[in-house]
Design a protein. Sequence first.
Length: 148
Amino acid sequence: MINRDMEQLKKLFNHLDTLLKNRDELTRTLPDVWNILIKESGIFTRNHIPFEVGELITLWTNGSNWKVRQNGDTIYIFAIKTPDLYDIKIDAYGWSKKQQKIVVIKGLSFTRMTDQAARVGVRPQSSTKDIDTAVNDFKEYLSKIKRK
């Protein structure tokens, strides 16, 4: 998982503050940003179930275990990995806001993490738009509505 191309994931975290701050407006106005598939994210077992931007934002804003606060840092978990569905404790990969890099958290509950992910919902259709382009379009939209 960690060996994959991390470009879209890096772009997501470059724009994280904008996406979190404007979550409600984003879902109403530019669903193509919300529906961008982040291939480097998701649940990695024998199969891989990637998340879309909106699914990650929802997990991070709904007070779930996918956003971890520890030692004055906030870690946004974007992927969990286990070689066996019967493992009780798993590795989680997250973005450290303080360190500005990917970190690994060991020993999280597979059941708790997957139960929360399952509640996020069913995706309509993934967008193929590049996240930089999509977020820049969104920022342009925000600047227009603020001028009015």
